[in-house]
Design a binder for this molecule. Structure first.
Ligand code: AMP
Length: 279
């Protein structure tokens, strides 16, 4: 396994592998890896001869008062985990490599980046689409793997790949959870032991929503109210949103029908957790 830090070396490596006719699978991450990330790596390995993992805490996707500087980082641990998974390349650029002085260009997906997480994080998805587009241009993969954990991000990236003709196959891998149901996330490190126990309420509320819908309740307002009650009675979390959207288009569902994405965001102190389920 090699660690590559600059753009030209990364390009040269990919070029040489593409010439050989082999497929390159790509897993973009912000590091501080956990089983969720490893599941994406395993999926990429199943599909492709080579796997590139990028580790880059992308400043462009953090708001001014967000956690960019304190975002958890542990490159040595990440490198060991990638080595054990049989990753071929870690692309690990410095911020100045990707955003040199004078950087001015951003990729924006219109309305779908303004809803859900885009309401409380207005420039977040602009940062995500920009970095992913840049990484696609540098790594030039055949396949890219993202997690369903970030459901809105997955839909936005698929849209961008299609709209900008990247010609990259996308795979959206399922959410990996702790045994108690808490969706794995690098940001779980911020949670106290009490928060962690209480945060199970997110998954429990999603299961409640699923049960309601299975039992033919399609009244979104009623299901939202039941989820709100569960979360507020079982935790100290502050709800940012509970939304019901079409699982492909993200169009709001007034009545739950078809394939519904139930998406939630809840604050525990300053830490904002997201989770979702497609019913
Ligand atoms: P991050 O490092 O948090 O930016 O995440 C990198 C990739 O891992 C994204 O595609 C995420 O959706 C995915 N991911 C993060 N957590 C999970 C999880 N618990 N299960 C599956 N995929 C995940």
């Amino acid at each position: 396994m090699k660690v590559i830090k600059n753009i030209s070396d990364m390009r040269a490596w990919s070029e040489s592998r593409r010439i050989s006719g082999k497929r390159i699978g790509f897993v973009p991450t912000m590091g501080f890896l956990h089983e969720g990330h490893l599941s994406l790596i395993r999926t990429a390995k199943e599909k492709c001869e080579f796997v590139v993992v990028s580790i880059f805490v992308n400043p462009a996707q953090f708001g001014p008062n967000e956690d960019f500087s304190r975002y958890p980082r542990d490159f040595d641990r990440d490198r060991q985990m990638c080595l054990e998974e049989g990753v071929d390349i870690i692309f690990y650029p410095a911020v100045e490599e990707l955003y040199p002085t004078g950087y001015k260009t951003y990729v924006i997906t219109e309305d779908i980046s303004k809803i859900l997480c885009g309401v409380s994080r207005p420039d977040h998805f602009r940062g995500v689409t920009t970095i992913v587009a840049k990484l696609f241009n540098i790594v030039n993969p055949h396949v890219a793997v993202f997690g369903q954990k970030d459901a809105q991000q997955a839909i936005i990236i698929k849209r961008m790949i299609s709209d900008l003709d990247f010609g990259i196959e996308t795979i959206i891998a399922p959410i990996i959870r702790e045994p108690d149901g808490l969706a794995m996330s690098s940001r779980n490190k911020y949670l106290s032991e009490t928060d962690k126990k209480e945060a199970i309420a997110l998954y429990r509320s999603l299961k409640l929503a699923r049960l309601e819908m299975i039992n033919k309740n399609n009244d979104v307002a009623d299901i939202r109210e039941k989820m709100t009650q569960l979360i507020t009675s079982e935790s100290s979390g502050r709800i940012d949103y509970i939304e019901f959207r079409d699982a492909d288009s993200l169009v709001e569902e007034k009545i739950a029908e078809g394939s519904v994405l139930v998406a939630i965001a809840v604050y525990f102190g300053k830490t904002r957790l997201i989770d979702n389920m497609i019913v």
